[in-house]
Design a protein around this ligand. Structure first.
Ligand code: SF4
Ligand code: SF4
Length: 415
């Protein structure tokens, strides 16, 4: 499957609105054609989206607002809104198999809605979910038979969604009545998949199970699956809107969205938390929370000195937020722990700024952001380029490749 690239009319985080009229026109025609083809095929699941929305008390106006927001999320111009709305209605033409390995089921929980579902969550009911062992009623051999049927019926056409990391140390992680290891299960199911989407940080990069000392030698999907298109949608848990964005992009265009070097869709991970944070003005003004409950905390000052890793983290949660856009971690006074970055538990998830850890974080001349702020003033650090350079350096220095075979000890705090 092709990945949406520059020049094909798709957007990218570093090129919002950078497509020419003729490129968008060509893309629009391609999407029209694809939707006509999909609309002419039989749905795999009998779900009528307008009826589903009505049953949840959602008006057409609400749906159109969602279509408008999703079009913007995918970096498409407003002229695509009607196409996005049409694509949502034919999402039940795409077969999806969802497997869960070593994790806390947080991503499955993120798509379940006990109360007040969002349209993104409702659309996960529209997708033809052929197999999801955690949510489906059958179990054991019955579930296995259902899986086999789906594999046969949709060979080469299904999207495999993987939740959870994959233990590679013998003796850990088995599923199904035949006791197949997670590792073998993933290899088998990915073989005939159209594409594999890793949801959550565990499936993407190993996540918390891969944290030091990583007793199960947990890995992410991209460490194991080779020769297949892979999309990582990390975070703990992933935001359902980003999963819907990827699937919708495929339904609409027949391609996967443009990805960054960590295989994350750029439409969702092309932003730094820090650049869209409502506390950013306080960072720029040098106004920090220095201690939980202090005057700065009461005034919603910047959480950097309390360990916020927003400057090192790429994700769109500062824009789309969680729970139907209600709020997000920094909004409730808790710093970002960089949950969408590889190795976040060992590198970022502790309550100290990087400058206060014994991890050499390059701010300016390797002093770390906070020390640089103290010595040089905030002006130097407000340039977006400083953050991007830091991220690039961190990724190269502490990224996936440097983790392989050398799980680092958890960061020690300075006494
Ligand atoms: S350091 Fe954290 S709280 Fe402060 S502006 Fe950046 S993202 Fe927001
Ligand atoms: S604010 Fe940071 S830790 Fe929280 S969900 Fe977003 S990326 Fe993850």
């Amino acid at each position: 499957m092709r990945v949406f690239g520059r020049g094909e009319g798709g957007g990218s985080a570093d090129g919002i609105g950078a497509r020419s009229e003729s490129e968008y026109e060509a893309l629009r025609r391609r999407c029209e054609e694809r939707l006509r083809e999909l609309e002419a095929t039989e749905p795999l699941k009998q779900v009528h989206l307008p009826s589903l929305l009505r049953s949840e008390g959602m008006s057409r106006r609400t749906f159109l607002k969602w279509a408008s927001a999703t079009t913007a999320l995918l970096f498409l111009p407003a002229s695509f809104e009607k196409l996005v709305a049409r694509a949502a209605a034919v999402m039940n033409r795409v077969p999806v198999i969802w497997v869960e390995y070593q994790d806390c089921a947080g991503n499955s929980e993120a798509i379940l809605r006990a109360d007040g579902p969002t349209i993104d969550e409702l659309l996960l009911d529209v997708i033809s979910l052929e197999y999801h062992e955690t949510l489906m009623a059958p179990s054991g051999f019955q579930a296995e038979a259902q899986l086999e049927d789906a594999l046969q019926a949709f060979r080469g056409k299904y999207i495999l969604i993987v939740e959870g990391s994959i233990p590679t140390e013998g003796g850990f992680g088995f599923n199904g009545p035949r006791g197949e290891s997670f590792l073998e299960n993933l290899k088998r199911l990915s073989r005939d998949a159209l594409a594999v989407i890793a949801v959550g940080s565990c499936a993407s990069y190993g996540g918390i199970p891969a944290a030091y000392p990583n007793p199960t030698k947990a890995m992410g999907v991209w460490d194991i699956v080779k020769g297949k298109p892979i999309v990582n949608i990390p975070a703990c848990p992933m935001n359902p809107a980003n999963l819907i964005g990827v699937v919708l992009h495929y339904v609409l265009t027949g391609t996967l969205p443009e990805l960054d070097y960590l295989l994350r869709p750029k439409f969702a991970f092309g932003y730094r938390i820090h650049d869209n944070c409502e506390r950013r003005a306080h960072f720029d003004a040098g106004e920090y929370v220095e201690q939980w409950g202090d005057e700065g905390a009461r005034n919603n000052f910047c959480l950097y000195k309390m360990g916020c890793k927003g400057p090192m983290t790429f994700n769109n949660c500062s824009i789309i937020r969680y729970n139907d856009g209600t709020n997000w971690p920094i909004g409730v006074g808790r710093g970002c722990i960089g949950c969408s970055e590889p190795g976040f538990w060992d590198k970022y998830a502790y309550e100290r700024p990087m400058a206060g850890a014994n991890i050499p974080v390059p701010g300016l001349w390797n002093m770390g952001i906070e020390r640089s702020v103290d010595l040089l003033g905030v002006g130097l650090l407000t340039a977006a380029g400083a953050g991007i350079a830091i991220h690039a350096f961190l990724s190269a220095k502490y990224g996936k490749k440097s983790d392989e075979g050398a799980p680092g000890a958890p960061p020690k705090e300075k006494s």
